[in-house]
Design a protein around this ligand. Structure first.
Ligand SMILES: *Cc1c(COP(=O)(O)O)cnc(C)c1O
Length: 483
């Protein structure tokens, strides 16, 4: 590796140097990728030490690249939750599709401007196409559209702002929004950023299947109206984060239609199951939503950094976000030429569409559909096998690829059960073949707050062998309730 680089200007890396730098990355990445199956699913030993090692002043001079890579691969990366691992079944996985990195390499090096249509019409159009593909998946019509952003939280924020603008306008005081106990915390965060105090977000109870109760919604809306407040938005879950529940979208759409409310579906986890027949059945009614949040970095397996908001009427995003400035080119006349700056929070932005477009052209949609169908199958069989283990009660069956359970050994006192389940979780994770997480929730079967374990199968690298490991490790972990 030449130091300094061939070009006399130190920042102007040329083609030959770039090739060598990428090759040096590949010398590290290729064995890492090929050994991924055998890497631990998590390893946080020495986390404070490694963090301290990277707490250092800005380097005045560059150092040889291989040394930089060695620090990353030998020091920083090993101490982490391994979200690329097939054993990562905690939180909401995704895996990090390597082909997206190729798109990032191209878009970062060519550095085209996609905040507006004019500077890069081809790149903007391919991103519009990606959004149109997603709109078609959701069952949206020709006046729909959307915006790619960095993740589900930002998509939810843009949705709350679009709903506020459409339903309340600029004088939005007293606006009230509704979500459920299964609603993601990014909803109340979005509401606060959008100007609604915490007390204006109603967190409504769920039914025995963890779905937002339609009767509770109708009652809450009536009460708020009677008190002079202004209901404007219902946020439904299509795959809730705690247990993967899918709200009855058609029923909620009926309430919203009758009450004149905006329906937003948070499908950050579950949305891409629309590629599958079972997913479409589970999410029936989603086409009636005013907006939908998707997270390609979950259900489309992308590396972190891509979320998506779809809206039934593209004009609602323009009303909420479009601004003009004398130093920018004039707005596009043609309705089909979108300026992404008019549709969301950002001006300058990466060519996000390419991160989705390139993998879809490289692998084809069928590869994603097959992988998602496999995850649905795996979650179903895992839930059945986990539920057959002694003392295990399935708390939430997989509506998609996520389920929750609790170990309740006969004779164990109720007060001990939460602590025991936390021990089971720690024991399973101790072997590091798997990374599971838990959550506390209101258990409709018991009528109280309990701690449950969750399994979310959504990493594209997770296959049947890993579910076998889950059953083995879990069986061992629950074998000795007193231990
Ligand atoms: C992950 C998730 C979010 C937040 O998305 P980020 O991409 O992490 O910002 C919101 N809602 C649901 C249901 C999620 O699963």
């Amino acid at each position: 590796m030449p130091r300094p680089f061939r070009h006399p200007e130190p920042l102007e890396i040329g083609g030959d140097d770039l090739r060598e730098l990428v090759a040096a990355c590949m010398d590290r990445l290729a064995p890492w990728l090929d050994g991924l199956k055998d890497q631990p699913a998590h390893s946080l030993d020495g986390s404070h030490k490694v963090a301290r090692a990277f707490d250092e002043p800005m380097p005045e001079r560059g150092v040889p690249f291989r040394r930089v890579l060695a620090r990353l691969f030998d020091r920083a990366l090993p101490v982490s939750l391994n979200a690329a691992s097939p054993g990562y079944l905690g939180y909401i996985p995704g895996g990090g599709l390597p082909s997206t990195a190729l798109a990032d390499l191209i878009s970062d090096i060519t550095n085209r401007y996609t905040g507006l249509w004019m500077p890069a019409p081809g790149l903007v159009q391919l991103e519009i196409s990606v959004i149109r593909w997603f709109c078609a998946l959701a069952g949206y019509g020709p006046s729909s559209g959307g915006w790619l952003c960095s993740g589900g939280s930002i998509a939810n924020l843009a949705a709350v702002v679009a709903a506020r603008e459409a339903k309340l306008g600029e004088a939005f005081e007293g606006g009230v929004l509704y979500t459920s106990e299964g609603g993601h915390h990014s909803i109340s965060k979005a509401a606060r950023i959008a100007g609604f105090p915490r007390r204006n977000t109603r967190v409504l109870p769920v039914d025995a299947s963890f779905r937002l109760r339609r009767d509770a919604l109708a009652t809450a809306v009536a009460e708020d109206r009677a008190a002079g407040r202004r209901p404007f938005l219902v946020v439904a879950q299509a795959g809730s984060t705690p247990v993967g529940a899918v709200d009855d979208l058609a029923a909620l759409a009926d309430v919203c239609a009758a009450e004149g409310l905006w329906l937003h579906v948070d499908a950050a986890y579950g949305g891409f199951f629309l590629l599958t027949e079972r997913g479409r059945a589970a999410l029936a009614g989603i086409e009636r939503a005013d907006s939908i949040a998707l997270d390609p970095h979950k259900g489309l397996f992308l590396p972190y950094g891509t979320g998506c908001l779809l809206v039934k009427e593209l004009a609602t995003l323009r009303s909420a976000f479009a601004e003009t400035a004398a130093y920018l080119p004039p707005s596009q006349e043609d309705e089909d030429h979108w300026n992404f700056a008019d549709l969301g929070l950002e001006l300058s932005r990466p060519a996000r569409g390419l991160r989705i477009w390139l993998p879809l052209w490289l692998h084809g949609a069928s590869a994603f559909r097959d992988a998602l169908n496999e995850k649905l199958d795996l979650a179903r069989s895992a839930s059945a096998r986990v539920g057959a283990l002694p003392g295990v009660r399935i708390v939430a069956e997989p509506a998609l690829s996520l389920f929750a359970f609790r170990v309740e050994p006969p004779g164990m006192h109720a007060a001990e059960l939460d602590a025991f389940n936390r021990r089971v979780l720690a024991r399973v994770n101790q072997r590091k073949r798997l990374m599971l997480t838990g959550t506390t929730l209101h258990d409709p079967a018991l009528g109280e707050e309990v701690f449950v374990l969750r399994v979310c199968v959504l990493c594209f690298r997770t296959h049947a062998d890993r579910i076998d490991m889950l059953i083995e490790d879990l069986a061992d972990a629950i074998a000795d309730p007193r231990g």
